[in-house]
Design a protein around this ligand. Structure first.
Ligand code: AHR
Length: 660
């Protein structure tokens, strides 16, 4: 590689619009300095960022199949929504009754609404039908757990019937729940559909006259990811796990600071029995149940071998958009009143206790009661997300920072550097990081592919004595916000620069992670999905190839050409655990690149290497219906201490060489 410092100005010019389009036919030699000790790099470099945006949680990763299970949807969140959204009152075969939504004596104050069926005529045909999140998808012969809370107010209680039906009413599965009593009580049964159906309904029927209260009507597949109760959708969670992320940042993004002081993310509302959690209006325009709450996030991290990286609010709301309590919109940052800040600081300390504290502590006991007595080994904690760095912000951030530093010096705190790659809040965020000697600061940028190719030297120039960097959100945005191969390769090229700077850049995560097709507030996303299908983007495979091929030592390399200016980008790492050398080669040009690769100092090699290649038409996208798809392909290639390799046009190739 040519010294990046001297190349920066040239690169910026060379890669400004239009993109690279060079025809280079001569062989380029890349020499990997395997004879030098190399530079240790972060072991946590590539991870993921989960935010509940685009229906990523309810109707997405969270495996609950009933929509609005606790009758808490509100028109304040979305015009047309109401407490009975996704529900239909049913009277069948002459059954007669009414339905109301009540608030008196709910299961818990955090879950104030419930449905009340008043059944007038005898029979078993009065009840409720739920449409799920655009239909309930069930598989033949699989087990589903249906559960609900009920309370009989008047009349003799009869058993409650639960049915899975096709949209036209055809029966798929049926069970009977025990009779309700005069107190709120949970009952559950197993349902096993006789046929597969993508558009099923869950029907709950009362069987005797009187008044019957129902709440928390729920349907889960038994086979969730790792078979966790209240768990995650297995296919989606597996697709995420296959990225091999080293960390998971959660639960947002802008979701964390909210669009007003009333809907900041309060982690304590998201733990404990699900019927006691406080769902709330999500800044992305829908109600969230928080059934996927902090316990489930920590457990997911553990299940996939990733470090948890929770983000907590810094005590201010979003500066860009604010929803007033009456539902009208405005803008401008607001701070949590000073009198409430001690409680907010305590929330942060309590989260550390929830994650790591002994079971004898109040929050450690809460974790144990949820089924996890062992600590979750929390190491990283981020405070804030893209906030405007005002005196109001700074005062609150410092209060949290000082308390965590004093009480938990073992925790690595992460600050925020605004929403862009530079500018006022970026500079002010860094200034504050300098003043506090923050270990890590979180940068975000969504830019054109050309921007990424033009800034390959960004981190080469950073002062190593300042805070380390977490690139918490980034993505290359085409003008039409489509996830093209071109955008994926711009990210791949940039990721080679993150590896090269892996001593400084401790972590990086693409954003956002999930987008439910037809329900997106933001594009592009890394993984698209429907109720039944998963559609990874080409960019997903770039993340996967880097995630599966991280090293812990960066090996310097030299390229005998103006590599970046000709659309070629390379990085080389060693995976000490196996001794493998891993090369990542990115060609953003229109022509194949004949390469000669020298592995300097390598004494013994395996007979061959694997080359995993992602290539195709730069304008291609992985289509939402799955009909067109670009995926990596594996090949075995012969290797020696020096070997030739032809890198296709518009390609990322990951070459893994067994060496000693
Ligand atoms: O990733 C989507 C949003 O982009 C995040 O919530 C926010 O942090 C950023 O502006």
């Amino acid at each position: 590689m040519i010294a990046p410092l001297t190349l920066t100005a040239l690169i910026t010019v060379a890669f400004s619009d239009p993109p690279v389009s060079t025809a280079v036919a001569e062989k380029t030699t890349i020499t990997v300095r395997a004879d030098e000790p190399g530079k240790p790099i972060s072991r946590d470099l590539f991870g993921i960022f989960f935010e509940d945006i685009n229906d990523a949680a309810d109707g997405g990763l969270y495996a609950e199949l009933v929509q609005n299970r606790s009758f808490e949807y509100s028109p304040k969140t979305r015009r047309g929504w109401r407490t009975l959204t996704a529900w239909e009152f049913v009277e069948r075969d002459g059954g007669k009754g009414t339905i109301t939504v009540e608030q008196e004596a709910p299961i818990h104050v955090n879950n104030p609404h419930y449905a009340m069926l008043t059944i007038q005529s005898d029979g078993d045909r009065v009840g409720l039908r739920n449409e799920g999140f655009g239909g309930i998808a069930v598989k033949a012969g699989e087990e589903y757990t249906v559960s609900l809370f009920s309370r009989q107010l008047d009349g003799a209680a009869g058993p409650i019937k639960v049915r899975l039906e096709k949209r036209d009413g055809g029966l798929l599965a049926e069970a009977e729940l025990e009779k309700p009593s005069g107190e709120w009580k949970r009952s559950a049964a197993a349902l096993r559909p006789t046929a597969a159906c993508d558009d099923a309904r869950l029907v709950v029927l009362a069987t005797s006259p009187g008044r019957l209260a129902l709440d928390m009507v729920s349907l889960f597949p038994r086979a969730t990811f790792h078979n966790r109760p209240n768990g995650l959708r297995a296919d989606l969670a597996t697709t995420i796990a296959e990225l091999k992320p080293r960390f998971v940042r959660f639960p947002g993004g802008c979701l964390v600071h909210g669009d007003g002081l009333d809907n900041m993310y309060r982690w304590k509302d998201t733990v404990g029995p699900v019927e006691r959690r406080r769902g709330q209006r999500n800044l992305w325009g829908y109600d969230q149940t928080v059934g996927l709450g902090f316990f489930e996030f920590f457990q997911f991290c553990e299940d996939i071998g990733a470090r948890p990286l929770p983000v907590l609010p810094s005590g201010v709301c979003c500066q860009f958009r604010r929803t007033r309590p009456d539902g009208t919109r405005t803008a401008g940052q607001l701070g949590v009143p000073e009198s409430e800040m001690p409680a907010q600081v305590q929330d942060v300390l309590d989260l550390i206790e929830f994650a790591n504290g002994p079971v004898g502590t109040p929050w450690g006991a809460m974790r144990a009661a949820a089924g996890h007595p062992a600590p979750f080994n929390l190491q990283y904690l981020a405070i804030g997300n893209e906030e405007q760095i005002t005196p109001v912000f700074e005062q609150r951030f410092r209060m949290i920072h000082d308390a965590v530093k004093r009480r938990h010096p073992e925790i690595t705190l992460i600050g925020t550097a605004g929403p862009g790659p530079g500018g006022k809040d970026f500079d002010a965020g860094w200034k504050l990081a300098d003043a506090l000697r923050l270990p890590i600061i979180d940068e975000h940028y969504y830019e054109k592919p050309e921007w990424f190719l033009g800034h390959l030297g960004r981190y080469d120039k950073y002062d190593r004595n300042r805070s380390k960097v977490y690139l918490g959100e980034y993505a290359a945005h085409e003008r039409n916000r489509r996830s093209t191969l071109r955008s994926a390769l711009a990210e791949a090229a940039y990721m080679t620069s993150l590896e090269r700077n892996g001593d400084l850049v401790r972590m990086a995560s693409y954003a956002p992670l999930l987008g439910k097709i037809g329900h997106t507030q933001w594009n592009p996303n890394l993984i698209y999905f429907t109720n039944t299908a998963i559609r990874p983007t080409i960019n997903y495979y770039v993340q996967q190839l880097f995630g599966r091929n991280v090293g812990d030592v960066y090996l310097a390399n030299t390229v005998d050409t103006d590599e970046w200016a000709t659309g070629l980008t390379a990085s080389s790492v060693r995976e000490s655990r196996t001794g493998h050398i891993i090369l990542k080669l990115v060609n953003n040009g229109d022509s194949a690149r004949p390469l000669h690769i020298e592995l300097a100092g390598v004494k013994s090699l395996g007979p061959s290497a694997t080359a995993t290649v992602l290539t195709g038409d730069p304008k291609a996208v992985n289509s939402p219906d799955g009909s067109t798809r670009i995926e990596p392909r594996n090949a075995t290639i012969p290797v020696a201490a020096s070997f030739d390799y032809e890198l296709p046009a518009h390609a990322l190739a990951v070459i893994r060489v067994e060496s000693r």
